[in-house]
Design a protein around this ligand. Structure first.
Ligand code: GRF
Length: 194
C-alpha cells in the first residue's frame, strides 16, 4: 500500500497501546505507518520500545511550551493522525482545534461512563457488571469527543482493579489498531461543523 497515513503517537508511560499500534502497522495492507513517538516524560518505558522499533522519538518540555513543541514536531514529521496512548497531559483547546478530527485516544472505560482517571476502581465501586474501553476523537472537553468504537468486558464477582485492568487492556490492544485503521482509511471521520 503506497498512501499510508502518517501517524504520531503521544505517550507518558509503558506504551503497551503504542506497541499494539506498531505491531498492527507491520501488516502490509494496514493503512497507516508510525512516523514518530512523543513523550512528555523522559523516563517513559514506551520510549525504549519505540527506539527498538526504529521509530524516531522526542521528549517534549512540560506544560506551557509543550503543546507548541508538539505541534511543531507533528508538522515536521508531516503527521496526518495523532494517537494518544496513555498520554497523561491535557492538550490545550487551541491545539485540539488545530488538529480537529485528527487526534484519537484510547480510554479504559465505556464512555461516557467514568471519564478521567482510576476508571477500574470506580467501575468496581459502582458495582458495574460491564466495563471496557473506548476509542474516540479528542476534543478540548476531557474524554468528551465522538466515539469511534467500544469493546465491553464482563466484571466478574471476584475482580479487583488490577485484574479488571488487565482484562480491559487486552480489549484496548484489539480496539485501538482497529479504530486507527478506520480513521486512516477514511471509513470514519469527524468533520468540522464551523
Ligand atoms: C491505558 O489503559 C489507556 O487506555 C489509558 O492509559 C493506559 C495506558 O497504558 N489512556 P499503555 O501506556 O498504553 O500501556
Amino acid at each position: 500500500m503506497t498512501d499510508k497515513k502518517r501517524v504520531v503517537i503521544l505517550i507518558s508511560g509503558r506504551g503497551s497501546n503504542m506497541n499494539a499500534l506498531i505491531e498492527a502497522t507491520k501488516e502490509e495492507d494496514y493503512p497507516a505507518q508510525i512516523v514518530g513517538v512523543i513523550s512528555n516524560k523522559e523516563d517513559a518505558p514506551g520510549l525504549e520500545l519505540a527506539k527498538a522499533a526504529n521509530i524516531p522519538t522526542l521528549v517534549v518540555p512540560p506544560k506551557d511550551t509543550g503543546d507548541r513543541a508538539i505541534d511543531q514536531q507533528l508538522r515536521a514529521w508531516n503527521a496526518d493522525i495523532v494517537c494518544l496512548a496513555g498520554f497523561l497531559r491535557i492538550l490545550s483547546a487551541p491545539f485540539c482545534k488545530l488538529w480537529h478530527g485528527k487526534i484519537i485516544n484510547i480510554h479504559p472505560s465505556l464512555l461516557p461512563e467514568f471519564k478521567g482517571l482510576n476508571t477500574h476502581s470506580r467501575a468496581l465501586e459502582a458495582e458495574a457488571t460491564e466495563h471496557g474501553c473506548t476509542a474516540h476523537f479528542v476534543v478540548a472537553e476531557l474524554d468528551g469527543g465522538p466515539i469511534i468504537g467500544q469493546v465491553a468486558v464482563p466484571v466478574l464477582y471476584d475482580d479487583n482493579a488490577t485484574i479488571l485492568a488487565e482484562r480491559v487492556l487486552k480489549a484496548e490492544h484489539k480496539l485501538y489498531p482497529w479504530a486507527l485503521a478506520q480513521i486512516a482509511s477514511g471509513d470514519i471521520s469527524f468533520n468540522k461543523l464551523s
